[in-house]
Design a protein around this ligand. Sequence first.
Ligand code: C5P
Length: 302
Amino acid sequence: MLTWEAPAKINLHLRVKGLRADGYHGLESIFLALAWGDTLRIDALKGPGGCELSRNCFCPPGDLPFPPEQDLAYRAALLFREKTGFDRALRIELDKRIPLGAGLGGGSSDAAAVLLALNRLAGTGLSAAALGALAETLGSDVPFFLSPGTALVYGRGERVIPLDSPRNIRVVLVNPGFSSDTAGAFRLLDAERDGPAPEDIPREILVRALSGSPGLWPYGNDFLPLFLEKGKSGEAEAYRGIILSLKALGAEFAGLSGSGSTCFGIFTDGGAADRAVRNLLERWNFVRITFPLARSGNAVLQ
Ligand code: C5P
């Protein structure tokens, strides 16, 4: 039996470029893995057999809206077996804490954790490049989670350049209680954008800013202005309200992760972050404080 942690992520920066011929959008993003997430336990029995996934959902909405066979973690296990011929019966148990459709990468992180854990358990010794190729077929965010830390991410999400994680910051997550549909968000962006994507920020500026004060970060999320202007009215209000509250409570930087729905605040003052959590919990059900995960294999604090 192997236990493997599957951390959540936020996007400190997310620039969405044009629609490509393959139906995906070019991205330029800074991903930050967090010291909080899901936990996977995986066991290979003695003889050959099928794969069983059981999930304990500690996250909203409580009941998972799709069967285990459609879970990306399950699909990752099947893909691994198909590519490697590893056929021993598998029991996988997943503790899900990361809310679904929340822009925190829960499903993608679970899938990467399955690939990494099976590679260890089966002793297959797939290289990082071979695991990356499997990860990419499962989803755009999955390759990042093969070595979760802080990274500049581009292409459709599969190109990952590791960066040093920012130090001495706290991350406060606030989920507004509704989920976001990723494909729908990209479609809305295509429909509403009348010109080209905003100018790129040069990569060296994106990277250098990370070691400076969060109050000076030049980062942004292309989905956020879209949701504030064209989103459903309750959702736009929620995003506006959370981000304004985070800033009023001392966040030096506040933004939206992925295509929503989780917002985050970056604090350098731990006391202010703790007070912000207490204050935000009066209005929002899902509020968590965590910090960046240094790239360290599968060690995640719960
Ligand atoms: O790769 P993944 O399955 O996570 O993507 C979900 C959906 O998000 C895609 O089907 C696509 O509509 C959209 N997407 C995109 N460009 C990306 C990543 C995702 O358009 N770079």
